[in-house]
Design a protein around this ligand. Sequence first.
Ligand code: ADP
Ligand code: MG
Length: 255
Amino acid sequence: MTEQILKITARNVNVFYGAKQAINDVSIDVDQDNVTAFIGPSGCGKSTFLRTLNRMNDTVASARVEGDIRLDGEDIYASSMDVVQLRARVGMVFQKPNPFPKSIYENVAYGPRIHGLAGSKANLDGIVEQSLRRAGLWDEVKDRLSESGTALSGGQQQRLCIARAIAVDPEVILMDEPCSALDPIATAKIEELIHELRGRYAIVIVTHNMQQAARVSQKTAFFHLGTLVEYGATSDIFTNPRQERTKDYITGRYG
Ligand SMILES: Nc1ncnc2c1ncn2[C@@H]1O[C@H](COP(=O)(O)OP(=O)(O)O)[C@@H](O)[C@H]1O
Ligand SMILES: [Mg+2]
């Protein structure tokens, strides 16, 4: 595999909810130009670890994060880090599409507006259009931008949420089981979109669907019981895993 530029480096990360430890000494590098999949059984800490990468765990009162996580070498847990800015740089798409109860246009325009990214209305219109185009949604919504985002189909709502993340010009997009509430056709569209977005954004996707991980990612990390068991090229993880626990998981011995 060619030499990769590292976008995120995480070292010796532990996460606790109160006294309960959910992540145990995880170290991992996330590539700039690859899609990285996090797989593993339910409850193994995939979402918890994903949320450490843009400090979403800060919003959980009982959560405590230890360790070192860097974005382009910059410590994201440093007291000087602006968390609002960080979450624009490292955007997030959730399992259940969560558009704001506002128009399609406003869903996408909101972020650029609060971050002061658009100087004029024409500029903002341009950002909205480009974001919707990149999210593969423009042609479906260009004539109904003033309709509510919540009136769209589930798959369209999820692409709207991706457009919303894109609109603030992120560097990384985190996706937590973005297709688990979608039908197969909507899922295929999101997977296609992930291929198109690769390279422009570093992408990390949590999925419990191993076929999906194999289809969309170049790197795969297998988590189990809060630990990172194995991390490597997706093709190796699925065809030639080194760890017994990985083999057991991908062959369906537990789920
Ligand atoms: N907000 C929370 N408060 C307390 N425990 C939590 C919270 N979120 C997750 N956990 C616990 O942390 C562990 C990892 O959960 P999670 O990261 O959601 O796993 P996954 O995404 O792999 O299903 C589980 O034991 C879960 O019950
Ligand atoms: Mg989860």
